[in-house]
Design a protein around this ligand. Structure first.
Ligand code: CP
Ligand code: NVA
Length: 320
């Protein structure tokens, strides 16, 4: 069966650990599985880290990345999402997309599966989740903190795509997750219940940032205004007053706590400059780890696809 990468929860804890190990392994140990093959990278939203880390990860695996803006393929305007996915799966060994609606990547996976094509669909950020970010976050925490089981990760701010994937991977890896989010921008009861079923499920939420940060080993945040929410900028900035990660809040965390942010960051809003540019910040290691995590995640799903379904779907001898 083709392994897609739509969410962290598509993977077991052993698989997540395997991907993190692969991310730290020498590049040539992954065996260049994309040699002579393509990777389609479709972006409905802007990107710096995800585009570059994915393009370089594909190159490091021996493949050729093809970048396309969302308006060029025109999901559900120029042609149906399913038709885009089916065509791409005939050209490429992996198809990745950054989308407004999570259902888009789910529909792409469904279309590819319906055709029996062994082409993984990779979510490069949706309104629901950002799993590639979470793999890099976990890799960075592991490199900085060592053993993660029982450690505490605090997330301060908007409970959105990045926070959800971070919570999922942290829980899978046996960490305690503490969320501090304003009412209306938090995880609802059903979501907290869902999270509590992942790993050991040590999840708690508060509206008070110091409570979440207390004793935490890693303090994370994300922008208060995600891509597509620009019209809500002023209202959101008012709603998140008091949720900035500053030196005082970091003072609540463990003595050796690290500060993390997926970037892009807005200094003076969700984080103060002294924190993000200070000695506890690991945001650039975290950003650079996007490439190592992406390379490992792509190699993992490709290997799973080829070992479980070795049949060549093509009828024309085309490489894919
Ligand atoms: N963190 C992240 O996904 O960054 P980009 O939006 O620049 O890809
Ligand atoms: N939550 C942010 C993350 C950017 C990497 C967004 O969706 O815009």
């Amino acid at each position: 069966m083709t392994r897609h990468l739509l969410d962290v929860t598509d993977f077991t804890v052993d698989e997540v650990n395997a991907i993190l190990d692969m991310a730290e392994a020498p590049i040539d140990s992954l065996g260049a599985p994309l040699t002579g093959k393509g990777a389609s990278l479709i972006f409905e939203k802007p990107s710096n880290r995800t585009r570059h880390s994915m393009e370089m990860a594909v190159v490091q695996l021996g493949g050729h990345p093809v970048y396309t803006r969302g308006e060029e393929v025109g999901f559900d305007t120029r042609e149906p999402v399913e038709d885009v996915a089916r065509i791409m799966a005939g050209y490429h060994a992996v198809v990745a997309a950054r989308v407004f609606e999570h259902s888009t990547v789910e529909r792409m996976a469904g279309a590819v599966d319906a055709d029996g094509a062994s082409v993984p669909i990779v979510n490069m950020l949706s309104d629901w989740s950002h799993p590639l970010q979470a793999f890099a976050d976990a890799l960075t925490m592991r490199q900085r903190l060592g053993q993660l089981v029982g450690r505490t990760v605090a997330y301060i701010g908007d409970y959105a795509n990045v926070a959800r994937s971070l919570a999922e991977i942290s829980l899978l890896l046996g960490m305690k997750v503490r969320l501090a989010c304003p009412t209306g921008f938090d995880a609802d009861e059903a979501e907290l219940e869902r999270l509590s079923m992942i790993g050991d499920g040590d999840i708690a939420q508060t509206t008070r940032p110091p409570e979440a940060a207390e004793g935490a080993h890693a303090v994370h945040t994300d922008t208060w205004v995600s891509m597509g929410q620009e019209s809500e900028k002023e209202a959101r900035r008012r709603a998140f007053e008091g949720y900035a990660v500053d030196g005082t809040l970091m003072g609540e965390a463990a003595d050796d706590a690290i500060f993390m942010h997926c970037l892009p960051a807005y200094r003076g809003f969700e984080v103060t400059a002294d924190v993000i540019d200070g000695p506890r910040s690991v945001v650039f290691q975290q950003g650079h780890n996007r490439m190592h995590a992406a390379r490992a995640a792509i190699a993992f799903v490709l290997d799973a696809a080829s070992s479980s379904n070795p049949a060549d779907f093509s009828t024309s001898g085309a490489v894919r």
